[in-house]
Ligand binder design. Structure first.
Ligand code: PLP
Length: 423
C-alpha cells in the first residue's frame, strides 16, 4: 500500500541552499531576501508593487485598516472560504456580510450586488482552488453609478478611491491568469498566502500586491505600508544596522507583521522555478486526474480554464454527483484506508461554531452547502509521481464504487427507500 500525504512543502537543494545562505549571511530578519522575493512577485504578476508580510491574514487586516475600515462598516465576503477571510474583517471591528457562491465556487456577482449598502467599504473575492473569480463582473458592479452613489467616504484613502475597494483573496491563486495577464491585476489589492500548504511557501507568510487606480501614488503607498508592517517605524532593522543609521522615528500606530529573510529565502528559491517547473507540474497532475475520471458518470470536473481564465491548480476539488454529505464522508474514509490523505475545501463558514454564534445560518447559502457536501480535495503537488497519481485515481474510483454498491444494497433491503438518501 502506498502512503501519500496531502500537501508536503516543496523543499529541494535550491531551497536549502538559499536558506543556508541567509543563515550564513548574519542577517535573518527582514532584509535583502524579502526585497528579492517582492521583486520576483512584481515580475510574476506585473503588479505595481508587492509587500511581503507574515501571513495572508495579517496582510488582509493591514489593507482593511489602511483603507480605514472600522466598526459599523461592512465588507462582503463569500460564505465558502477559509475562516481568515471573514476573521480579518472582524479584527477591524467591521461586519463580514456573507453571500453565496456560484457552481464554480466563485463569489456570486448577483449576490454581491444585492448585499451592497451605504455601509459597504470593500469586497473580498476568493479564488478558491486557484480559480479566478469573475473580476470583470465585480469591477463593473463597483463602478456602476448607482453603486458609487451609495458609497460614503470616511477616510482619506476612501475619498481618494471614492468607491468600494476590491480585494482578492488570492491565497490559492498565485500564477493564475485572467485575460492577457495575471489574475492579480484584476483587483485593487491582491493578497497571496505563503502558508506551508500553498503553491509557494515561506513556512508562514503572505504578500500584498497593489494595482491601485492612478490617483494613488503607489511608490508612496509602498513606503507607507512597509512602515505599517514595522510598528510605523521610519527605518527597518536592516537600515538601522548599517553604520550611522541608528536614528529613527515612530510616525503612527503600526502593526508588527514583517516577513523575516529566513522565511523569504524558502519562497525565493521556489518562485524562481514556479512558472518553468512547479506550476506546469501541478497542471499536469490536474489534467491526469481529469483524464482518469472522465469516463465516470459521477465525476464533476473542477474549473481549470475557460476563454479568459486559467487556474493556478492549487487544489484538485473533485466533486461527486448526487451524493450526500454523509456519503462523501464515507468515501473519504475508504480513500484514507488506502493510504491516500485527502481533504475538504471548505467547510462553509456558517457551519463553524463561531460564525453560527454570530448568527450566520448555512440554510441561507444553499450553493455553498451543495459544493461542500460533494467535495473531496485530492493531493496535488510537484513531487507526486505518475505512479502515485495513478494509485490515487484507482483508490478514488474504487472508494466511490464501493460506497455506491453498499448504498444500493441497503436501499434494496429497505425496498421503499430510494438510493441516494443517507441512512
Ligand atoms: C490559507 C488561506 C488563508 C490564510 O492564509 P494565512 O497565510 O494562513 O493567513 C486565507 N484565505 C484562504 C482562502 C486560504 O486558503
Amino acid at each position: 500500500m502506498m502512503n501519500i500525504p496531502f500537501s508536503p512543502p516543496f523543499i529541494d537543494e535550491d531551497v536549502i541552499d538559499e536558506v543556508l545562505h541567509t543563515l550564513r549571511s548574519n542577517w535573518i530578519t527582514t532584509g535583502p531576501k524579502v526585497v528579492a522575493l517582492e521583486q520576483q512577485i512584481v515580475k510574476l504578476t506585473a503588479s505595481d508593487a508587492a509587500i511581503c508580510v507574515n501571513s495572508w491574514t495579517s496582510g488582509a487586516i493591514l489593507m482593511l485598516k489602511w483603507f480605514g475600515v472600522k466598526a459599523g462598516d461592512e465588507v462582503i465576503v463569500p460564505a465558502y472560504t477559509y475562516a481568515a477571510t471573514a476573521l480579518s474583517v472582524l479584527h477591524c471591528g467591521a461586519t463580514p456580510v456573507m453571500v453565496d457562491v456560484n457552481a464554480d465556487y466563485s463569489i456570486s456577482a448577483n449576490e454581491v450586488r444585492k448585499a451592497i449598502t451605504p455601509k459597504t467599504k470593500a469586497i473580498i473575492a476568493v479564488d478558491i482552488a486557484g480559480w479566478p473569480c469573475d473580476y470583470d463582473a465585480l469591477n463593473a458592479i463597483i463602478n456602476e453609478s448607482e453603486i458609487t452613489g451609495l458609497f460614503v467616504a470616511e477616510s482619506f484613502k476612501q475619498s481618494l478611491l471614492n468607491r468600494i475597494l476590491l480585494i482578492s483573496d488570492a491565497a490559492h491563486s498565485i500564477g493564475a491568469k485572467f485575460g492577457a495577464g495575471a489574475a492579480a491585476k484584476k483587483s485593487d489589492i491582491t493578497i497571496f498566502s505563503f502558508h506551508a500548504v500553498k503553491n509557494i511557501t515561506t513556512a508562514e507568510g503572505g504578500c500584498i500586491c497593489l494595482n491601485l487606480p492612478q490617483q494613488f501614488d503607489t511608490a508612496a503607498e509602498y513606503k507607507y505600508l512597509k512602515m505599517y508592517t514595522l510598528n510605523g517605524q521610519t527605518k527597518d532593522a536592516f537600515s538601522k544596522s548599517q553604520g550611522g543609521g541608528w536614528k529613527y522615528d515612530i510616525l503612527f500606530q503600526g502593526l508588527k507583521i514583517n516577513m523575516p529573510d529566513i522565511c523569504a529565502a524558502i519562497g525565493l528559491a521556489q518562485i524562481k522555478k514556479y512558472e518553468s517547473q512547479l506550476l506546469p507540474s501541478r497542471k499536469q497532475i490536474a489534467l491526469k486526474y481529469c483524464d482518469g475520471f472522465k469516463a465516470m458518470d459521477w465525476f464533476i470536473a473542477p474549473p481549470l480554464t475557460d476563454e479568459q481564465r486559467e487556474s493556478s491548480y492549487h487544489l484538485f476539488p473533485l466533486r461527486i454527483k448526487n451524493i450526500t454529505e454523509t456519503q462523501r464522508d464515507q468515501i473519504i474514509e475508504l480513500i484514507t484506508a488506502k493510504g491516500v490523505a485527502v481533504n475538504v475545501h471548505f467547510i462553509p463558514m456558517p457551519m463553524l461554531t463561531y460564525f453560527k454564534n454570530l448568527g450566520y445560518h448555512i440554510v441561507d447559502y444553499p450553493m455553498a452547502y451543495q459544493q461542500y457536501a460533494c467535495e473531496i480535495s485530492l493531493p496535488i503537488y510537484p513531487q507526486l509521481t505518475d505512479e502515485e497519481v495513478a494509485y490515487i485515481i484507482e483508490a478514488v474510483i474504487s472508494a466511490v464504487e464501493k460506497q455506491r454498491a453498499e448504498n444500493t444494497e441497503i436501499a434494496a433491503y429497505h425496498k421503499q427507500e430510494p438510493a441516494g438518501i443517507s441512512f
